[in-house]
Design a protein around this ligand. Structure first.
Ligand code: PDD
Length: 267
């Protein structure tokens, strides 16, 4: 595979990061991740908007224009023969004189193979565990997933696929996905302490809208259905949260209908 590093397309294995880069020593960096469908980057404009906004908000200089990034992305898709795959753009904090303030950003763009959840999970739904947490500056796509990675061994032991973050009585998102409830045929999704997911946005469009507002833990008990959305999961039904079964305990018609619609329209 080939990646973009230090302004050039090179074999991915030859790309390097300096050991004092802030990404490594302070966990300071941003990224974004999108899919290709039949060699085309899906919703590229949305992902580039978010990536550039993350760079600006973290004060990491992004040394390439939007047009240059787009050109590199298409070149990488061709070089990697990436018919159906993932592209990750990572902007690391760079080398810093005081080992703290952001330096010149160091950009990598590379291809990845996609790992989708098994079809069995779409048919039966998954379990989430609630966890009191909010990602630092949640609306920025930082590379800091340390708590989630650390906890992940524990979820698996409890038969859970992932976590559902909450702040007191308010739900926000899963570790790498956005969260939705369905009540009386309508979608409800949290409005704060979240990353504004591109999949979330598209699913709301497909559904003809959603109630975007604070969502409480109590509402989980009364929900008919629940699901999470992300680039790699698309829309994955949630049938259990902690010890509580959601709705009938099976993926519901609204979730499955939207998943089907997404797959038909997008792939
Ligand atoms: N994760 N919330 C968080 C914290 C995320 O990391 C992601 C994406 C989402 C969903 O956003 P989108 O629909 O734009 O993918 C929500 C990516 C897939 C990752 O961690 O690789």
């Amino acid at each position: 595979p080939f990646c973009f590093a230090d302004g050039q397309i090179v074999p991915t294995a030859s790309a390097t990061l300096h050991p004092t880069d802030l990404g490594l020593i302070r966990g300071y960096g941003i990224f974004d991740f999108f899919r290709t469908v039949d060699y085309k980057p899906l919703f590229l404009d949305n992902y580039l908007d978010r990536f550039i906004a993350s760079a600006e908000r973290t004060f990491i200089p992004l040394p390439y224009s939007r047009e240059e990034l787009t050109e590199v992305i298409y070149e990488l898709i061709e070089k990697n023969d990436l018919k159906e795959g993932g592209i990750r753009m990572v902007l690391s904090g760079g080398i810093s004189e005081n080992h703290f303030s952001p330096g010149e950003g160091k950009l990598f763009i590379f291809a990845e193979s996609l790992i989708f959840p098994s079809e069995e999970k779409y048919q039966n739904g998954i379990k989430l565990l609630t966890l009191e947490y909010v990602r630092p500056v949640a609306e920025i796509k930082t590379t800091n997933y340390a708590l989630a990675v650390w906890h992940s061994a524990g979820w698996k032991k409890q038969g859970a696929e992932d976590v559902l973050y909450h702040q007191g009585n308010y739900i926000s998102e899963s570790s790498r996905s956005n969260f939705f409830l369905v009540k009386n045929g309508e979608l409800i999704t949290p409005d704060s302490n979240i990353l504004l997911g591109i999949t979330r946005k598209y699913v709301m469009e497909l559904a003809g809208g959603a109630h975007v507002r604070p969502v409480t833990m109590q509402e989980i008990r009364d929900a008919d259905e629940a699901f999470i959305t992300s680039t790699t999961k698309v829309l994955l039904p949630v049938t259990q949260i902690d010890d509580l079964k959601i709705g009938s305990g099976k993926p519901g018609p609204v979730s499955l209908g939207l998943l089907e619609k997404f797959r038909q329209k997008v792939g």
